[in-house]
Design a protein around this ligand. Sequence first.
Ligand code: UD1
Ligand code: MG
Length: 455
Amino acid sequence: MHKDLINIVILAAGKGNRMCSDIPKVLHSIAGKPIIKYIVDTAKNINKHKIYIIYGFKGDLIKKKLNDNSIHWILQKEQLGTGHAIQQLLPYLNNNENLLILYGDIPFISKATLEQLCDKKPKHGMSLLTAILDNPSGYGRVIRNNNVIAEIIEDKDANSHQLNIKEINTGIMFANVKDVKNWLKRTNNDNVQKEYYLTDIIKIAYQDNYFIKAIHPFDINEIKGVNDRIQLANLERIYQSNQIKTLILSGVTLRDPDRFDLRGTLICGIDVEIDVNVIIEGHVVLGNRVKIGAGCIIQNSSIDDDCNIHPYSIIRNSNLSVKCNIGPFSHLRNNAKLNHNVCIGNFVEIKDISLGNNSKAKHLSYLGDSEIGSNVNIGAGSITCNYDGKNKLKTIIGNDVFIGSDTQLVAPLTIIDNATIAAGTTVLKDINTSDLTLNPKKQIYKENWKRPSKK
Ligand code: UD1
Ligand code: MG
């Protein structure tokens, strides 16, 4: 492992024209995480590092998203090319230091590959990460002279012979600051894109008799870049299939590995089963034998042993104890705490709520800002009226309460244990009795009434 401090620069000033987007390319995400964050995370794992990011196009968005004080930000006002980008940094570095150059659009580069690149740098020369690709189109091609790297030609500048070369430049390199300063000042923008190419330093180094050592990545996916949305979609699939392999091998059943997305971290107990089109976001923990039905979205939640989440349910920021039954079509919108064996059914939305053991709301309800005890039955269509237009108000329901269908619970409200509320009741004040609560209504019959007939 390299002993000296390593200056690591990540190039991220470009707009990424080929993305056809208003947001900088490096902020597009893979598995819910911005592309550039993958690179920053890997850079941080390298021993003794100092990280610089070259920013330009909507750089403030990048700064805000990363929100990381340990990063040194270097502005590239105009994006005149990758060589010009590095030139903005060089005044801040000492001649006796070294520089590892990473590209903000190559997210999967590994620590092991980068360490190898740094360790293998020749004393009089630099190391360059290259790869052999069946389809090299789009990449700069590595031109060798008597098998020695002599030049890089950009795809757009290459002739038909050069376009057939399969060894490509990844852009990632490691060199002495003093050498890079010396080489870069001799580059120009005399090329198809009228840019100052960083890659032009290779030819100059070669002509100065420096040795350019080629290093290859451990895995070919490490060097794949994002230049357009097709490549972004491809990298998403590569990333997903790697995570999914790990999950399956750890004992999780995925009904169809191609129809599952993990955008965060998932920890599973034994014999967990996940049906198709499930999305997991943030940090999710599933206990033993949990079943997740088709089309569910689960975010930042923990679901304990033997819970069954039926299809098309959404669960966010919630904690479920053992043996809960959720869905189909339930929405645990935020901060639901469910005790043992709670049942939340079809078209029920709940938020900021706790429910005690065995309590049930099985059909068509909205329950918010509530504490609900054990063995409570919430009848179909019952709702908490928890909002007065300005404030959220609380509903507290004791144990063994029975709430008939289509009840409106107008908060703030407290209902004691064992209360019973008849169907269709509007509860306007606290219930302190276990007698039946109901609103008087009268059922009448209209004589001689006829259904309208079509005119
Ligand atoms: C670059 C390399 C090419 C290599 C490929 C690998 C050059 C000239 N070409 O091409 O040889 O095969 O990467 O993926 O280096 N950037 C700036 N400032 C600028 C221009 C770009 O910071 O003025 C940043 C971009 O934000 C991006 C990175 O540099 O993160 C690479 O730029 P991009 O335009 O994607 O270069 P490629 O065409 O991919
Ligand atoms: Mg690129």
